[in-house]
Design a protein around this ligand. Structure first.
Ligand code: DC
Length: 223
C-alpha cells in the first residue's frame, strides 16, 4: 500500500513549508492542492470564464494537465508556481474552490496522484474527503494573531509594507469562509493528530510529525 500523509489546516499555519520538508525527509511527492484550485482560477480568469459558467469551467478543467515537479505545479507544460500566488488569484480563488463540480474534478485528480505515488498532500479537505484512508493525518493550526504576524514578516521581507490589523482581519475572514462553506469545509478529521504551531519552530513541527510517521512503521522510507 502507498504511503500518504494528509495535512489540513487554516491558511498561514505553515502547511506548505512543513509538507515540503516532510517530502524531502521521507522521499514523498508533495501535492499542493491549494495550488491546483489556484491554477483553475488562473486559467478561468485568463479565458474570461466566471464561477457561474460551470459548463465552460468544467470543459476548461478537462483540458488542463497538472502535475508536480520538485514542489512546483506544472500546467500544460508550463511552471505556474509563481503566477498563482499573485493577488488577483488569491482574491478570487475561494469563489472557484467553492463550486462542487470543480471540487469533484480536482479531488479525482488528487486521488489519482496518491494512487500512483507516495505523497504528502496539504489542503483543507484531505483527511476528511480526498484521502480518508491516509496513512497519517495531521491538522496543523496556529492562532490567527501568530499567522498574521508570520504573513506580515513574510511580506516585509519582500519589501512590501503591511498593516498588521488588516492582515489579521483578512485571515479571520478567510478562516470563516473556509470553515463555513457548504461543500467540504475545513474541519479536523476525527482521526487526525492536531498540532498547534503557534509556539513551535518549523523544525519542531517537522520533527513531531516525523516522529509519528517513523513510529507508524514508515521508517524504511526515510532517506
Ligand atoms: O492553501 P491556499 O491558500 O493556496 O488555497 C487556495 C484556496 O483554495 C483557498 O481559498 C482554500 C482553497 N482550498 C480548498 O478549498 N481545498 C483544498 N484542498 C485546498 C485549498
Amino acid at each position: 500500500m502507498r504511503l500518504s500523509v494528509a495535512i489540513d489546516g487554516p491558511a498561514g499555519a505553515g502547511k506548505s513549508t512543513i509538507a515540503k520538508l516532510l517530502a524531502k525527509r521521507f522521499n514523498l511527492m508533495y501535492i499542493n492542492t491549494g495550488a491546483m484550485y489556484r491554477a483553475v482560477t488562473l486559467k478561468a480568469i485568463k479565458e474570461d470564464i466566471s464561477p457561474e459558467d460551470k459548463e465552460n469551467l468544467l470543459k476548461l478543467i478537462d483540458k488542463m494537465e497538472m502535475h508536480f515537479e520538485n514542489d512546483d505545479l506544472i500546467l500544460n507544460g508550463e511552471n505556474i508556481s509563481e503566477e498563482i500566488y499573485l493577488p488577483f488569484i488569491s482574491n478570487n480563488v475561494s469563489n472557484y474552490a467553492a463550486i462542487p463540480e470543480v471540487r469533484e474534478k480536482l479531488v479525482a485528480l488528487q486521488r489519482k496522484m496518491a494512487e500512483k505515488y507516495n505523497v504528502v498532500m496539504d489542503g483543507r479537505d484531505i483527511g476528511t474527503v480526498v484521502l480518508k484512508e491516509a496513512s497519517f493525518k495531521f491538522f496543523l493550526t496556529a492562532s490567527a494573531e501568530e499567522r498574521a504576524r508570520r504573513r506580515c514578516d513574510e511580506l516585509c521581507s519582500k519589501g512590501i509594507s503591511v498593516n498588521h490589523k488588516e492582515i489579521l482581519n483578512e485571515i479571520i475572514k478567510r478562516d470563516y469562509i473556509d470553515s463555513h462553506r457548504k461543500i467540504n469545509p475545513l474541519t479536523k478529521a476525527k482521526d487526525a493528530i492536531e498540532i498547534d504551531s503557534s509556539y513551535l519552530t518549523i523544525e519542531e513541527v517537522v520533527d513531531k510529525m516525523s516522529g509519528y510517521i517513523t513510529k507508524g512503521g514508515s521508517s524504511n522510507l526515510a532517506k
